[in-house]
Each structure stands twice: as structure tokens, then as C-alpha cells.
Design a binder for this molecule. Structure first.
Ligand code: LLP
Length: 455
């Protein structure tokens, strides 16, 4: 996982380090920080803050690079974008144009994917606890594959498919008991995690499932965890799957497909991020000779570096002369970007002003306005000493698990979203209004009536 929330000023990347490793961002002497060539102050003036910004060019570039890593090895692999990381229609449309399908985890995500024109044959359904209605919808739309997470779900799927008069294509999602060596809250492949079917049980279950009339098992699926930074857990997990494929085949059953899940990590702070080539190499080495249809479900690697969260300083608050921290209060908060408060994740923060890059810095705590002490984006972070009310800042690498995890806590409406592409930009989600927040609420007549009676 990325480094813990308290920054270490001695080892934190400098502004120049952050810029050098983020080709999306450049500093212009007149216009300040540009994102894919567009001045951020222009977007802030037109759209307001906080505002999520996605770079289409960057997303396309990453989508192609990931595909090419596999093509370079002559390893056919289908790509199913884990849309839980970023589910905007524009993102899905763009990835569809790049030849991606999606990995979904709810009926809502299925509707979104279909609405963005993704073919059912490009949709794989993962996730613990799919409801009957969700399974029925997946069967009726004839999506490519349902990754079954438990013995119980397998039999329930068979029943629902029978009622629909269909045969559902499914894979067993295996829990291989491998430690992904990442943050506890985003590990999914250890024995105690709620995900998947225990791998020893999965081998026998595969055989038992042959007798089911309305489920056709096509193979196995796995997802080990997220923000994985080394090859070893991937190698261990996939090698275990390969052994299982051989065992299941030896027992006389057919295994056509292996879904390798997501998990490829990125650099947030100073992590040595693995390359797609590493992933392609490990998959080739462990599963390449099995003659199965391979697929992956990348989320973060594709979407995280394509997004930033633009915000404005509401005010600065000086600490006590003895030891208190100095605060920068920005207008984005934990309800917008939840990752730092949930996982102590480190996100780069850059000032937007042209003069800020080389200005003397001091250490600040960057916080949001929500009434919780955990509404804090960074501790002891070096930002310009003169940062002040009205200045713009950006939180980096927020394209994955950013806007999608927002809430309206403290009656803070969902922030606006903007898409930038080759110098042009557009609003792709209007800022929600408080009126819209209230609009779906009703007060029962009897509540006001009884108050009147009592009163
Ligand atoms: N496939 C399945 C079945 C998954 O559960 C996930 C992520 C992925 C693929 C995509 O994993 P990725 O390539 O993005 O690592 N909210 C957390 C991350 C939760 C990940 C959940 N599952 C965060 O902000 O770090």
C-alpha cells in the first residue's frame, strides 16, 4: 500500500519529483499548473471547486500500453476494466473504444456498462453477495461470465438460470490463500478474507458442478488484492491456479478460461511500481502453456494516474507557537476523496500557482471542512509558506477509487467532473446541488400532523 498518511518531509517527493513522474502535469510560467495542456485555473474559474478532472489522453495511453505488454508476448488476454475504480460513462465509452470490456460487481454497474455501449459479451460479473435479481439480470443479458464466489451461490445460480430457461456461463472464484502484501483493507486472497471459494474445495466443487443442468463452468477466476507492488504474490496465486487447472482436467473436466483479476499497483509517493510487462511475464510463465482463454481485470493501474482533484484553499490556520500544526483547509473533503481517511493513503499535493513551484515551503496539515478529525489529506506536508485563502491545489492520482467512493456526508453535494482531451475540456458531471440532495427525501404527512396534534 502507499506510504502512511504522516508525510516524512525528509523523504517526500519534491514538487519537481512529482511533476517529473506525472506526464499529465506541466508548470507554465504564466498559467501555472496545466493538466494535459489545460490551465487548471481556467477550469476552477468556470466550474468551481472541488472538481474531479480526468485526462482522456492519459487513459487512452495507459489502456494501449497495458494491451501492448501482452501483445508483445503474443499472449492473447481479454481486458475487463474493473469499473468500480471509475464508472463514469465517458471513461467506459473511452475504454470501450480501446477494446476493453468490464468487470462489474453489481447490477448497477451492469446497467452503467450496457448504457455505455459495452457488449454483454465483454462483461464479467464478480463480487460477494450477488442478489437474485442481479443474477437474473446477468443471465437474461447473457453476459460473458459470472464469477461465483461460494458453493451456495453456485447452486442459487443454477436455480435462477433454470427459472429463466437458460444456461449460465460461470467461473469459480478461488481463494488461493496468498498474501498480496498490501494494505489489510484491500487484501482479498487470504484464507480469512470473505472472497472466493477455498481452493481445495474448488477442485472438488468443479467436478460436482458438472451435474448442474443450468450452469456451465468455463473456468476459474482469482483476484488477490489491490495496489500490489511485487511479482511474487501474483506468481504464487497464478501458479496455484495453474495447478488447479491441471488437477481439474486430470479428473476429466474441461477448463477453458482463467480470469486473473486485477491488482497491479502504481506509484503514489515513491513506490517502485511494477510494469504491465511484469504482469504479462508472470501470467505467461504460470498460465501461458495451459491453452486457456486468459483475461485480467485491471482497475487502479488504468484509472488512478488519469485523475486529479482540484480544490481551493478556504483558509489557513496557524498552529500554536509551541507545537501545534499549521493547517491548510481546502474545499475538498473526506466525503469527496475517502482514501486518506480510510486507508491512510498518501496522495501527492501540488499548488497550482506559477510562482509556487520554487517558493520557500513550510510544513502544513492539509485538511477538509468535514467535522471529523479523520478528514485529513496529509500531515506535515511541504507546501509554499505563503499559501493562502483562494489558492488552488490539486490532489494527485485520484482517478481510481476517488469520485466513485464519494458520499454526501455533511450535506456536501457530489463535486463536478471534467474531462480533458487534447487541449479541449468539458463538464461531464454537473456539480450536484443541495436542492437535488433534498429532493428525494419526503416527510410523512403523519409526522407533521401528529406534531400539530401534540402541539
Ligand atoms: N477484480 C476484482 C474482483 C476486484 O475486487 C478488484 C478490486 C479489481 C478487480 C480491481 O483491482 P485493482 O486493479 O484496481 O487493484 N478502494 C480501494 C481499492 C479496493 C479494491 C477492490 N477490488 C482503494 O482505494 O485502494
Amino acid at each position: 500500500m502507499s506510504a502512511p498518511l504522516p508525510s516524512d518531509p525528509a523523504t517526500d517527493p519534491s514538487f519537481s519529483d512529482l511533476l517529473e513522474t506525472r506526464p499529465t502535469l506541466t508548470m507554465d510560467v504564466r498559467d501555472g499548473l496545466l493538466f494535459e495542456g489545460v490551465p487548471l485555473h481556467v477550469i476552477a474559474a468556470a466550474v468551481g471547486t472541488p472538481c474531479w478532472i480526468t485526462g482522456a489522453k492519459t487513459l487512452r495511453r495507459r489502456a494501449r500500453a497495458l494491451k501492448m505488454a501482452f501483445e508483445a508476448r503474443d499472449l492473447p488476454v481479454s481486458m475487463h476494466f474493473a469499473m468500480k475504480s471509475q464508472d463514469h460513462q465517458a471513461t467506459l465509452t473511452l475504454l470501450r473504444q480501446c477494446g476493453y470490456g468490464v468487470d462489474i460487481v453489481s447490477g448497477g454497474e451492469m446497467q452503467r456498462a450496457l448504457h455505455a455501449g459495452i457488449s454483454p459479451s465483454g462483461i464479467v460479473f464478480s463480487g460477494v453477495g450477488k442478489s437474485d435479481a442481479e443474477l437474473r439480470a446477468a443471465i437474461e443479458h447473457d453476459i460473458a461470465q459470472i464469477n461465483v464466489e461460494s458453493v451456495e451461490e453456485l447452486y442459487r445460480l443454477d436455480e435462477i438460470a433454470r427459472a429463466c430457461g437458460r444456461v449460465a456461463r460461470a467461473a469459480l472464484r478461488v481463494n488461493p490463500d496468498v498474501d498480496a502484501d498490501t494494505h489489510d483493507k484491500i487484501s482479498t486472497g487470504r484464507a480469512g478474507d470473505k472472497f472466493g471459494i477455498e481452493y481445495r474445495r474448488a477442485v472438488t466443487l468443479y467436478g460436482e458442478a458438472a451435474s448442474l443442468k443450468n450452469v456451465r463452468l468455463v473456468g476459474l477466476a482469482v483476484h488477490l488484492g489491490s495496489q500490489m507492488l511485487t511479482a511474487e504474490p501474483f506468481r504464487k496465486g497464478y501458479a496455484r491456479l495453474a495447478d488447479m487447472v491441471r488437477e481439474i482436467r486430470a479428473a476429466g473436466h474441461t477448463v477453458e478460461a482463467v480470469d486473473c483479476g486485477g491488482g497491479l499497483g502504481i506509484r503514489y509517493r515513491d513506490e517502485i511500481a511494477p510494469s504491465p510487462d511484469m504482469l504479462a511475464g508472470v501470467i505467461a510463465e504460470t498460465l501461458g502453456d495451459l491453452n486457456v482463454r486468459l483475461s485480467i481485470e485491471p482497475g487502479r493501474w488504468l484509472s488512478a494516474p488519469t485523475g486529479i482533484l482540484l480544490s481551493r484553499v478556504i483558509e489557513t490556520k496557524a498552529g500554536s507557537p509551541e507545537s501545534g500544526p499549521n493547517f491548510v483547509v481546502i474545499d475538498a473533503a473526506m466525503n469527496d476523496l475517502a482514501r486518506p481517511s480510510l486507508y491512510e493513503s498518501w496522495h501527492g499535493i501540488l499548488p497550482v500557482a506559477p510562482t509556487a513551484l520554487h517558493a520557500p515551503t513550510k510544513l502544513w496539515d492539509i485538511v477538509g471542512p468535514v467535522c471529523e478529525s479523520s478528514d485529513i489529506f496529509a500531515r506535515d506536508r511541504a507546501l509554499p509558506a505563503t499559501i493562502k485563502r483562494g489558492d488552488l491545489t490539486v490532489l494527485l492520482d485520484t482517478g481510481a477509487y476517488g469520485s466513485v467512493m464519494s458520499s454526501t456526508y455533511n450535506s456536501r453535494p457530489f463535486a463536478a467532473q471534467v474531462l480533458v482531451d487534447n487541449g479541449k475540456w468539458d463538464i461531464i458531471r454537473q456539480r450536484q446541488s443541495v436542492a437535488e440532495l433534498i429532493a428525494s427525501e419526503t416527510v410523512p404527512d403523519w409526522l407533521t400532523a401528529s406534531r400539530n396534534n401534540n402541539g
